[in-house]
Design a protein around this ligand. Sequence first.
Ligand code: ATP
Length: 595
Amino acid sequence: MRFADLCETFERLEATPKRLEMRSILVDLIRPLRPPDLGRVLYLAQGLLRPEYEGVELGMADSLARRAVATATHTDDSVVAKRTKESGDLGTTTGELLAGVRRLDETTPLRVAEVYSELSRIAEAKGTGSQETKVQILSELLVRASALEGKFLVRFVLGTLRVGVREMTILDALAEAFGDGTKETRRQIEAAFNLCSDLELVAGVLVEKGVEGLTSVSLEVGRPMRAMLAEREKDLAAVLKRMDGRAAFEYKYDGLRVQAHIPKSGPVRLFSRRLEEISAQFPELVEELPRTVRSVPAILEGECVPIDPDTDEIQPFQQVSRRRGRKHDLERVRDEVPVCLFVFDVFLLGGAPVFGRPFPERRALLEKALTPTERVRLAVQRVVTKEEDAQSFFDEAIAAGGEGIVAKSLAEGSAYRAGARGFWWIKYKREYSAGLSDSIDGVVVGGFQGRGRRAGRFGAFLLAVYNPKLDRFESFCKVGSGFDDAQLAEMPKRLHRYEVDERPPEVVTGLTPDRWIRPAVVLEVRGAELTLSPVHRAGLGAIRAGAGLALRFPRFTGRFRDDRSATEATATSELLAMYRSQVRQETPEPTPDAD
Ligand code: ATP
């Protein structure tokens, strides 16, 4: 195919805002094409060279592209820069400049195959001298390009192509160009695409083997499958009802969704929800996964969340987003913010696809295949049939640092549905517009042995508020964050005189610390919000039967309240008032995603 023909189609696509018209232009474009041109055209139209998950980037900075344009059109770099400022787009300026340059008569027309391979060379150029190579390849293409071709070439390398063709429109066009255009054909094409995320592969199979051939497209290690998505319900009763009264409830961890591909040999690859490769961000998972999974090759899915290395508690999501930072910071952040992958599904095990099996079978396979470690664990799950159990599981999930629950269907038809949002999974979470503004003075009633850097001494403390009516100390959090080394070293000295072997009778809690401490030392803490918890006992039953209040993501402010005795700590009634005022700030769920 001539590149000029493709560019003319791009021009027409750019001009239409209508999806139907766009589809018919696309159908005309691709119908006569065969692999390998077909795949190349499908990628070029999206501004890509390869499927998105391969992460191939052209990596051409504006200044480099400008230099290539200047060379090819014999124009001074500063003139190109000035005209680009005026037009607002280097692509447009390139077109204008090329229109004024007489092309050599013997110039052979550019073909798609050649342009594609030259653009791939630009993408592959790495290391010293690569910038020069990129400039040279582009300028050699531009010398042979028409004004229109030049405009699109430059927009392509800059990543500013505005053709507007997206995957779903391409799937429509494929169904019409190479199938009978029916809904069923379209569905089959999309199903194959959801499995392999590779349009070139799907289009190739469709052309060569027809719609029936699509069943040969399978799941493969290294090629991410599109994620299954959850629906929402208004409350937990509605969730259970929708699931016919019985569902597997899981903590909804608040982190990054990760699809882990573990080959028989070679490195593990991790993909994000958007199917970008993120292996480099989580080297510890890449290392640990082969040790935890027994039958490889395997593909697992889970949520990656930050864990406090000292207390093993889940940390706020923001911490893990810091992992997106620059490469050389990674080692430092890796130690500061270790992560844990909570695995919740399996697609491939021992090389065999299992995503089509009902969820209870997949979970059973997962439990058998996975040897949990510090970094890789199973998502906490409980099969629930009663509303009150659903509620207490939800409270437990929030108190453990989750953002809610995901309820999963246990029905025969509960296969993993790649790329689909449906009621097979229902999420229910609570969101607050603001965190807790006030600090809380908590009494230390227990100590937990530290881990990691804090091994051999206390790493976290159980805190309680005072309930004057019942004259007792009721636990509301376990805090390990916010202490510097000196403060942590000081804690045993402060607590030593109060350590006892048995739970002091005035202390009530559902947790068992490594050491009990008589109420005396008061610490100031802050947290994200107050939640209901099945293990903490502050204000037990005041909001809901069986549940106490817990402080989520507690953090020591650094202030020892030596000016306060234990009974002068924050009172249960104050905590309840804080909880109630916080509930009034609750915001509605955001509107469903557009995807
Ligand atoms: P959200 O923004 O609510 O996380 P989303 O649009 O990213 O939603 P949904 O499929 O609607 O995705 O909601 C489920 C999300 O919850 C998943 O994307 C996943 O990242 C996360 N998650 C956390 N824990 C689980 C779990 N146990 N099972 C399934 N998904 C979980």
